[in-house]
Design a protein around this ligand. Structure first.
Ligand SMILES: [Zn+2]
Length: 139
């Protein structure tokens, strides 16, 4: 189901609760909503009003991914950049890492399975932006 985007700063700046296997419907809503927005590359659950650490994104091959409880471990090669956000008007200067190891969970047969993935460039940047959303950081 396509949901409305939330721009309420209080909600967006609330740290998210861990997502669980029960949040599969929410994941589908995130995918539907991301698909409905032209040029949207990622979306966090709190951007549609639910403060859970659940995100979706499109990789550089335009494939969609659902990510439960993302975190970042080893991060290399920091750089400064400007980022825009679907639920903020202005660009913001941030420090990102060009390469990092991400931990997350994936829903398989109604269970959350821990995963780890090394990402670079665009995907790494998107995931860092999404992790900030989950922490309630406004970008
Ligand atoms: Zn954003």
């Amino acid at each position: 189901m396509i949901r409305e985007l939330v721009t309420d700063e209080e909600l967006l700046s609330t740290p998210c609760e861990p997502a669980t296997a029960e949040d599969a419907d929410l994941a589908q809503d995130l995918l539907d909503t991301m698909e409905s927005i032209e040029d949207a590359a990622c979306l966090a659950a709190n951007q549609i009003g639910v403060a859970k650490a659940l995100i979706v994104y499109k990789d550089d091959k335009n494939r969609s991914h659902v990510v439960y409880n993302p975190g970042m471990k080893r991060a290399l090669r920091p750089y400064r950049t400007e980022e825009g956000c679907l639920t903020r008007d202005e660009l913001k200067k941030v420090t990102r890492y060009d390469q990092a190891t991400f931990t997350y969970q994936e829903l398989v047969d109604d269970r959350l399975i821990p995963r780890k993935k090394e990402c670079r460039g665009w995907t790494a940047q998107i995931l860092q932006h999404m992790i900030d959303h989950c922490k309630g950081k406004l970008i």
